[in-house]
Design a protein around this ligand. Structure first.
Ligand SMILES: [Mg+2]
Length: 406
């Protein structure tokens, strides 16, 4: 959007001389002052944290989490002494953990960040990781770190005048997308209606939730969706960790005839050997990772052969810094990376790397509160070309869901 009609050098200098206000999405105009600071000195002046309880348009159900009606969105805004800013967020299911994550950022991470140079992301990440380590390494601590890290990358890419997908590596701005229904409770006609809705929206690969004890029932649901999709389109299934290894192995043998692209979280992520057995002894590749919360957990799962499609999430893994490291580990093991949820952010991460698998278009969506919708066409999602991750919240619209943090 910032490329004008002039020659290359004038277009480039125009791009370099702009940055954007996070709240309004408006250009703040030339930043020659900021540009000089870019080469010398810059300090984080404020770290603002806000918590929202966002209702879902329709309550959703999976095999393990039950009915979900809303989610907690924890937003972080980082501003420097010269007015540059970046925004990141994380989320939790329902209202569990939301206020704790927001409080952790406010009480424990903001004081570490104030006065520091926001462009030294590895330094800041390391500092935050070790400050949290004794109570952390996973869970709420890493969720807080994740939101902050995403805000730092947004800020840094904005300073460079670059869209995040290109700033991180710039492999290909389009990423194959799939519709991730949270549809465990749906009847088969409802499941088919949802699938048709995805197809009508330009999404050509589909994932459905499974995890019942009756494999025959699951076969009936999968067969119906496969018939609607035809033989060529990708179809995935997601167990949400519900099954034992033996149940999963029986199931994947029964599913083989439906040409399933992957089976997601067939069992608990803590059982690496179990995941490896499902991979090796069954005919369907395993995707897992939305419940792995560090680069080390991913490294174990990948290196020990427990996963074909590592499934990363910047909101619970340690942000963009950690996701890019997992992407590179996966690449070294000849694995393609997929992502879990927050598609509006993850599209830029997958677009950056050479080993991108599919982008999940998840049912937990903040779309209603965003100024720009993710562009999806002919099976592909397109990364934003706005500076930073390009995700801008409609602050006025989301304000009514704001919850105060103690
Ligand atoms: Mg999943």
């Amino acid at each position: 959007m910032f490329l004008g009609t002039g020659n290359f050098s004038s277009r480039l200098s125009a791009a370099r001389n702009r940055h954007y206000d996070i709240s309004t999405g408006q250009s703040l105009g030339p930043y020659s002052h900021a540009k000089s600071k870019y080469l010398t000195n810059m300090k984080i002046e404020s770290v603002e944290t806000e918590l929202y309880h966002v209702p879902l348009a329709r309550p959703v159900v999976d095999a393990i989490h039950g009915v979900q009606k809303d989610f907690s969105l924890i937003v972080v805004k980082i501003t420097t002494d010269d007015g540059a800013s970046g925004m990141g967020y994380t989320y939790s299911v329902g209202q569990v953990g939301g206020s704790s994550i927001a409080t952790l950022i406010k009480d424990n991470l903001a004081p570490i960040l104030i006065g520091e140079d926001p462009r030294r992301i590895e330094y800041l990440w390391d500092k935050m990781w070790w400050a949290l380590h004794y109570v952390g390494r996973s869970g709420i601590a890493v969720f807080g770190l994740s939101a902050v890290d995403t805000a730092l990358w947004d800020l840094k890419a904005r300073l460079a005048g670059e869209p995040l997908w290109r700033f991180l590596g710039g492999h290909d701005n389009k990423v194959e997308a799939y519709g991730g229904g949270i549809d465990f409770d749906m009847t088969i006609p409802q499941l088919l209606e949802q699938t048709q809705g995805f197809l009508d929206a330009g999404i050509q690969a589909i994932k459905i939730k499974i995890g019942r004890d009756s494999i025959a029932q699951e076969c009936e649901r999968i067969a119906a969706v496969r018939q609607l999709l035809g033989p060529e389109k990708k179809l995935m299934v997601d167990v949400n960790m519900k099954w034992s290894v033996e149940q999963a192995l029986r199931a994947v043998r029964a599913f083989e005839k439906y040409d399933i692209y992957w089976i997601e979280e067939p069992t608990i992520p803590d059982d690496i050997e179990g995941n490896r057995r499902i991979e090796m002894e069954g005919p369907i590749p395993v995707a897992t990772g939305e419940n792995l919360h560090s680069i080390y957990e991913f490294k174990q799962m990948i290196a020990q052969g427990g996963v074909s499609f590592p499934d990363a999430d910047i909101s619970n893994l340690g942000g963009i810094t950690a996701l890019m490291k997992v992407a590179h580990i996966a690449e070294a093991y000849n694995r393609n990376l997929t992502t879990h949820g927050i598609q509006e952010m993850h599209v830029s991460c997958l677009a950056a790397i050479p080993n991108a698998s599919l982008l999940e278009i998840h049912a937990f969506r903040v779309d209603d509160f965003l100024l720009h919708q993710l562009e999806i066409k002919d099976g592909y999602a397109y990364a934003s070309d706005r500076p930073g991750h390009g995700v801008e919240i409609d602050w006025e619209k989301i304000a009514k869901h704001r919850v105060s943090v103690g």
